[in-house]
Design a protein. Structure first.
Length: 238
């Protein structure tokens, strides 16, 4: 199987487009959820670097000397940036792009012809299965976790193979064939509340309860930390 990185899952009301009823979502498959596209994986270091080099972007974490980690409160970690998420070269450039603020994530999505997902879009994609005849998932059912009935397979602080975030697509595919909608890293959402923006999905540092829909969190939109990444959605012609 080739890399899943950067693939998109096409979400269109109606039937699965040109694919019949697959047993599970693979690279480039399209499933029925709503009238938008969504990245199958979180945006990666490799992908964001391409954008930053093309646009001359220096992230706020780079300018300020490093992003944040939770210690005795939020503590800045010198040298922790998008390109060195834990202060050293990443094991893989397919790790999620973290230490990125809401505006920077939004700019990346616009550059790719998309935008950040709304909370409504994110909830639909993450929790309600719309594919037909998919083993392990019931069509039309809304689940507690993005992984399904249980939290098994997600990268959280519970029992799993990943002590920190994992390269995107390392965990099993969840609802609608999407990867890491629960766990791995929090994801920026389009919804704003003054100077705050919504995040969804939890992270490797949290337990599975933070991956549920009611556990979405508001964070300062200019915040950047090792726990927060994002993915994009793409509107379709009406």
């Amino acid at each position: 199987m080739g890399s899943r990185v950067g693939s998109k899952v096409l979400l269109v009301i109606g039937t699965i487009v040109g694919l019949g009823s697959p047993a599970r979502t693979e690279i480039g498959e399209r499933v029925t959820v709503g009238a938008f596209q969504i990245d199958a994986t979180e945006v990666t270091i490799r992908q964001f670097r391409e954008f930053a080099e093309a646009t001359g972007l220096e992230t706020a974490a780079e300018k300020s000397g490093g992003g944040f980690e939770w210690g005795s409160g939020w503590e800045r970690r010198p040298g922790w940036t998008l390109y060195r998420p834990f202060g050293a070269e990443p094991a893989s450039l397919d790790e999620p792009a973290v230490h990125v603020g809401w505006e920077e994530a939004s700019a990346y999505c616009r550059w790719r012809g998309g935008r950040l997902p709304t909370a409504q879009e994110w909830r639909l994609a993450a929790y309600t299965e719309t594919r037909a005849s998919v083993a392990g998932f019931d069509t039309g059912r809304t689940y507690r976790f993005p992984s399904g009935e249980t939290a098994e397979g997600m990268n959280t602080r519970e029992d799993d193979p990943w002590p920190r975030h994992a390269p995107v697509g390392s965990t099993p595919a969840g609802i609608n064939g999407l990867y890491d909608m629960g766990g791995n890293v929090w994801e920026w959402i389009a919804d704003r509340r003054g100077d705050e923006a919504l995040t969804a999905g939890g992270s490797w540092w949290y337990g599975s309860e933070q991956t549920t829909t009611e556990a979405m969190q508001w964070k300062p939109s200019d915040f950047y930390a090792v726990y927060v990444g994002f993915r994009c959605v793409y509107s379709l012609p009406s």
